[in-house]
Design a protein around this ligand. Structure first.
Ligand code: ASP
Length: 313
């Protein structure tokens, strides 16, 4: 049995183009597995597909930071070997998840950040790409203009003013019972340069073991400080169904931090869950090569987490 889930982040639209992009990414992962490629390659390729799609805040189409450029985070984890690697606050590279994979396989390190991550990417053949789209640039210019004119306008912390989507992630179970998780993001709109979210934090926004694979989306700082991905894994290890574990984790996240987000998880039996407490959380799932409806749980507290122009310093 193989099970693949991908998400396009909380607050992302669920209109056909967004859903089709997710389905295509899940299908890519399935095809990789069907060709005999390993689970990490399948998860990486699914995320690459979303990094290439400007509708999502990962790779091309990432949100801009306070100073008007893109810094991306990405991570990958193998539930079988326990190997993890990540890049953080990396500039001018589209495929953060693939650079993380290279860090895992071609370096002695676990996490590379900033200019060192970019240098490593160049040394491994990743070409320069500022990842900026006209939509994201317009969103950033609007935010800065409003700030300068002293107008108090609310922006979604997850989507920006015009931006419609956010972090992308993939969890999968392969035919041999192996689990993997992969994630990529442009982070949060108007973040300070150098800010790192939960995506590259093992146990914060991503985790994989022999029990389950987990990826998270939402306010990164909250997922880091609560070690939410690891919490989900511990719950599943103790016998919880993934849906029960993820629901408990979202309630806990909100109780401890007042924040909002979504969790995608699959366990070693192929049981999957997608739980969030925001306005939307588009997810696609392929089980044994067939698209299936994801058991999506929307918890009652909706996202009120916003940035105001006064947050743009
Ligand atoms: N968690 C990501 C971050 O804080 C953003 C998101 O998932 O929406 O960088």
């Amino acid at each position: 049995m193989s099970v693949i889930l991908v998400h396009g982040s909380v607050e992302t639209k669920t209109d056909p183009p967004y859903m089709l992009g997710l389905e295509a990414a899940a299908l890519t992962a399935y095809q990789e597995l069907a060709r005999g490629h390993d689970r990490l390659t399948a998860a990486e390729k699914a995320v690459n597909e979303l990094e290439n799609n400007p509708l999502y805040n990962a790779g091309l189409g990432s949100v801009l930071n306070r100073d008007g450029y893109v810094e991306v985070d990405g991570a990958i984890m193998d539930g079988v070997t326990g190997k993890f690697a990540a890049v953080a606050a990396m500039q001018e590279v589209r495929h953060a998840v693939s650079v993380a994979r290279k860090v895992m396989e071609e370096s002695r390190h676990v996490v590379l950040a900033g200019t060192g991550a970019t240098l490593f990417a160049r040394e491994h053949g990743f070409s320069a790409d500022n990842c900026i789209t006209a939509v994201q640039l317009a969103s950033w210019e609007t935010a800065i203009h409003l700030k300068r004119s002293g107008k108090e306008v609310e922006f979604s912390a997850f989507t920006g003013l015009i931006k419609e989507s956010d972090t992308v992630g993939c969890v999968l179970l392969d035919d041999h019972g192996g689990l993997a998780a992969a994630s990529s993001t442009g982070g949060s709109f108007l973040k300070l340069p150098g800010r790192v979210g939960d995506t590259p934090y093992i146990g914060g926004g991503i985790f994989a073991s022999s029990y389950c694979a987990v990826v998270c989306t939402g306010r990164g700082e909250a997922f880091i400080s609560t070690l939410t991905a690891k919490f989900v894994e511990e719950e599943i290890k103790s016998g919880s169904h993934p849906q029960e574990a993820a629901t408990k984790a979202i309630h806990r996240l909100h109780r401890l931090t007042g924040e909002f987000g979504g969790i995608l998880v699959v366990d070693s039996s192929g049981r999957a869950a997608a739980v969030h407490n925001c306005v939307s959380f588009p997810v696609a799932m392929i089980r044994n090569g067939i698209l299936e409806q994801v058991p999506l749980v929307q918890l009652p507290s909706h996202n009120t987490d916003t940035f105001e122009t006064s947050d743009v310093t």
